[in-house]
Design a protein around this ligand. Sequence first.
Ligand code: FAD
Ligand code: NAI
Length: 476
Amino acid sequence: MSRSFDVVVIGAGPAGYVAAIRAAQHGKSVACIDEWKNKDGKNAFGGTCLNAGCIPSKALLESSELLHRAQHEFKKHGINVGKVALDLDAMQKRRASIVRQLTGGIAGLFKANKIEGLVGHGRLLAGKQVEFTPVDGDVETIEAGNVILASGSSPIELGIAPFDDDKIVDSWSALEFDAVPGRLGVVGAGVVGLELGSVWARLGSQVTVLEAMDDFLFMADRDIAKVAAKEFKQQGLDIKLGAKVSAAKSGKQNVQVSYDDANGSQSIEFDKLIVAVGRRPHTDKLFSDDSGIQLDEHGFIVVDDECRTRVRGVFAVGDCVRGLMLAHKGSEEGVMVADLIAGEIAEMNYDIIPSVIYTAPEIAWVGKTEEEVKKSGRAYKTGSFPFAASARAKAMEQTVGMAKIISSKDDDEILGVHIVGPMAGELIAEAVLAMEFSASTEDIQRTIHAHPSLAEAMHEAALAVDNKALNFPNKP
Ligand code: FAD
Ligand code: NAI
C-alpha cells in the first residue's frame, strides 16, 4: 500500500522546509523530499541558501572582512597585532562547519515537527501523486492531499563560457576555492559578483568584474549606487561597465576572456573566472507531462498571487516562481501556502520585500527607488543622512554611506528606504516594519532612537525629509 501525507513538499530550501514546518504546525502530516548533494558526496537539507548561497557566502564575507579590518583598521584603533596572516584552510573549515550545523539543524527541526524528511528525487504526477526515487532503495508513489513545489534555481551557464568546475566556475565552486586566485575575473556585477568579488579581493586576489550593463547596480537607487561604486573602486574592485563578454577559454594555467566595450574588442587573462549572470528556475524532471503544471516563457512555474498553480491543491514557492530570488521571499511564500492549505486567510506583500547586498559597506533597500517614484508621477520628498555625521559610525570607524528616505508629498507615506553603510542589512528592518504598518516619515521622526546608534541615521533621514534634521545641515 502506498504512503499518503496531507502535504508533500518537493525541495527543502528556505521555501520548502519552512512550508513543511508551518504545515506540520497546523497538524498536517507532512513529507519533504530533497535530493541536494554537497561536494563531499553527502546529502543535506537547506537547498542553495544553506549549502551554497546565503550562509557560506556570509561566513566568508565575515571572515574576510575581519582580516581586512585587522590589516587596515586596527592600527587606527591603537591595536598593533604584528603581521596578520591568512589561514584559508581554517577559514574554509569554519564556513563548512557553519553550513553543517545549520543543515543538520533542519533535519532536527523536521524530527521535532514529525516531518518525514525523504532524501532523493521527487516528481509530481497527475492526480497529486508524487513519485519518490530515494538515493538508495526502490521508487515509491506517494499520495498527497496537497503538493508544494519548491525546487529552487540554479546558476545560468553562458554558452560562451561554460563551467568546467576548475577555471570557469559558478558561485558554489567560488565559495570553496582552496587557494586564493592571483587574478580573479567575475562576469556580472550583480549581487553574487559583488559579494564574492569582495571576499576574494579582501583575501588578496586582484579582482576584475565585467558587467554588460552601462549602469552600475541598475536595480538600486542611483544615489546609493554612486556611493557604492566609488567605495568598491577604492577597495580595489576593478568594475568594468558596458563590458560584453564574447568568449572565455580555459587553458592549463589560466582563462583567456574576450569582451567588447566602448573602446572596442578587449582581451584579459585570469587565473579563475566566476560566472555570475543570474539564476534560472530549476524544474528538471520535476513533474510529468500530464501533471497539469505550466511554465512561463522564462521557465518559471506559473502561479497566481497565492502561489497556486493551475492544478487544484498544487502550489509552487520560492526561486522556481516569479519574483525576487531571495530566501526570505521564498520562506514567506511557504508560510502563506501552508496557512492557505490549513484554511486560513494569508497573503504576501510583494511590494515590501527587503534586498540586502552584504558587501562593506552593506547595501539595503525596500520599496521604490527615487527613479521609480519619479516615473510613477507621484509628488514626493526625500531626506538623507550621511554616516559621516553619525557618532556611532565614527566610533566604529565606518563612516561611508548614507540612509535615504522617500515619502509622498500628499500624505507623507514612506515609499522607499535606501541605505548604504555599516549594518545596512540590519537597519533596513525598521523601514520594512514601518512600511508594513503604512507609517509616515513623521511616525519615524516621533519614534525615539537610542543614542549613539546607527539607527539614528534612519531617524535623521526621516527628519531630513521635512528639513528638520538635527545633526546635519538641512537642504537650503
Ligand atoms: P533552493 O534553496 O534552491 O532549494 C531548492 C531545493 O530543492 C534544493 O535543495 C534542491 O536540491 C531541491 N530539489 C529541486 N528539485 C528537486 C526534486 N525534483 N526532487 C528533490 N529535490 C529537489 N538570498 C537571500 O535572501 N540572502 C542572501 O544573502 C543570499 N545569498 C546568496 C548567495 C549566493 C552565492 C547565492 C547563489 C544565492 C544567494 N541567495 C540569497 C539566494 C537564495 O539562496 C535563494 O533565493 C534561495 O535559496 C531560494 O530558496 P528555494 O527554497 O526556493 O530554493
Ligand atoms: P544578478 O541578477 O544579481 O546579477 C547578474 C548581473 O550579471 C547583472 O548585473 C547583469 O547585468 C549581468 N550580466 C548578465 N549577463 C551578462 C553577460 N553576458 N556579461 C556580463 N554581465 C552580464 O545575479 P547573480 O549575481 O548571479 O545572483 C543570482 C541571484 O541570487 C540574484 O537574483 C540574487 O537575488 C540572489 N542572491 C542574493 C544575495 C543576497 O540577497 N545578498 C546574494 C547573492 C545572490
